[in-house]
Design a protein around this ligand. Structure first.
Ligand code: AMP
Length: 400
């Protein structure tokens, strides 16, 4: 952490500051669907404006595959960005390198803000191409990376620029790193992780790394089905990640050998089809009927989880505990989310959650504000949970 420079350390007055934000936000009918990432970028940008910097915002949006494509233009984001920045005017330029951009920056007053067009309209961005990086670097005097959610990519704007210009991490990136360090590297103990979601195969490294760092793992969602099946429990028509059965056994064994606890569901909400409002039953996991599938954890499992959380000091959560998108299979996820928010509000635990579906599940439960920290990142959050060093952060460290 000491080697990661903060924005306070940069001299920005009257200087051109390239700020890598992550405005890869969901769009609906040409408008911003969820402004969270834009809102969370405001602290860094306002701080730089106040200190008299010329702020040049760089971002990607979607996958235009290295070519200009109006469908992925950042221009429609302007009203949302301005709103997030106290209604400040935001200039826009329809490229991110070249003479037009240089001219737009030259016209920018100290404290002004310019949004550049989608970085991924150039193939050099994702290739971390030296020429493209140099063209970006020529536009700025220093560089701030505030895009934690893009830090798992070694692209020109996330890794390349830090090698070229005096660099620092933005406030959002700093907050994300601190939250994850407090949860995983140096947690108050007992520290518990909750891992749910569909399949083990997509989260093998997450499970292995977490098991090494926390005191106990709570497993739910489709993932739990595979752990239960690995112990010889008949799971009926439930989703079971068959190729991962040996791996599930191995993880259970490692936990035993290292004195870590793994908590699996004891009861299940089952149904014969996955549809809203279908007839359901609650059964012990040992009695799942052959024609039914487990689509959520049951109430006894929620109680068992709450007992563990009651003595925990740190809780990290990734992945829903059931098919929360379809009622009534959201019950387990909502109950656990609300319990975490209650314990967090009472000052009993530090709670950190992240990863695409997890945030949607917390929104569904109405408790996003109730967590100590909710990450804006999907892939980068998971790679951190896997114990990997993120290239965007490594680059800042080397530059320090
Ligand atoms: P992931 O992206 O791996 O976190 O998986 C999230 C998905 O897992 C969500 O869309 C859930 O609907 C799904 N999921 C959770 N529990 C189950 C379950 N018991 N059976 C099937 N899918 C599930």
């Amino acid at each position: 952490m000491q080697t990661l420079p903060k924005i306070e350390e940069l001299d920005v007055k009257n200087r051109r500051v390239l700020v890598r934000v992550d405005y890869n936000v969901p769009m609906q009918n040409g408008q911003v669907g969820d402004p969270t990432r834009i809102v969370k970028s405001a602290a860094t940008i306002l701080d730089l404006c106040q200190r008299g910097a010329k702020v040049i915002l760089l971002s990607h949006l979607g996958r235009p595959d290295g070519k200009p494509n109006a469908e992925f233009s950042l221009r429609p984001l302007l009203p949302t960005i301005s709103q997030a920045l106290q209604n400040k005017p935001i200039a826009f330029v329809d490229d991110c390198i070249g003479q037009n951009v240089a001219a737009a920056i030259a016209a920018l007053p100290a404290g002004g803000i310019l949004l550049c067009e989608n970085l991924r309209f150039h193939a050099g961005e994702e290739k971390n191409d030296a020429q493209f990086t140099a063209a970006l670097a020529a536009l700025g005097d220093c560089y701030v990376n505030d895009a934690f959610s893009a830090a798992h990519r070694a692209h020109a704007s996330t890794a390349g620029l830090a090698q070229k210009l005096p660099s620092a991490m933005g406030r959002l990136l700093q907050a994300e790193i601190e939250a994850l360090q407090n949860t995983l590297e140096n947690p108050a103990r007992p520290a518990w992780a909750i891992v749910g979601g569909a399949k083990i195969s997509t989260k093998v490294e997450v499970l292995q790394n977490l098991l090494a760092k926390v005191d106990g793992l709570i497993i739910g969602g489709g993932m739990a089905n595979t752990f239960l099946a690995a112990q010889g429990i008949a799971m009926g028509k439930s989703l079971v990640d068959t190729p991962s059965l040996p791996l599930a056994l191995q993880i259970l064994q490692t936990a035993k050998q290292t004195g870590k606890e793994i908590l699996l569901p004891v009861d299940a909400v089952v149904a014969s089809t996955l549809a809203a409002g279908v007839a359901t039953q609650i059964v012990p996991v040992s009695a799942i009927p052959p024609e039914q599938m487990m689509l959520d954890i049951g109430p006894m499992s929620v109680i068992a989880i709450a007992k563990k959380l009651a003595v925990a000091k740190t809780v990290l959560w990734n992945g829903p505990l059931g098919v929360f998108e379809t009622k009534p299979f959201d019950g387990g996820t909502v109950a656990v989310a609300q319990e975490i928010a209650r314990l967090t509000g009472a000052g009993k635990i530090l709670s950190v959650a992240g990863g695409g579906d997890t945030v949607a599940a917390l929104e569904h439960a109405g408790v996003v504000e109730g967590m100590s920290y909710v990450s804006t990142a999907g892939g980068a959050f998971l790679e951190w949970l896997e114990g990997k060093e993120l290239p965007g952060i490594t680059a800042l460290r080397r530059a320090a």
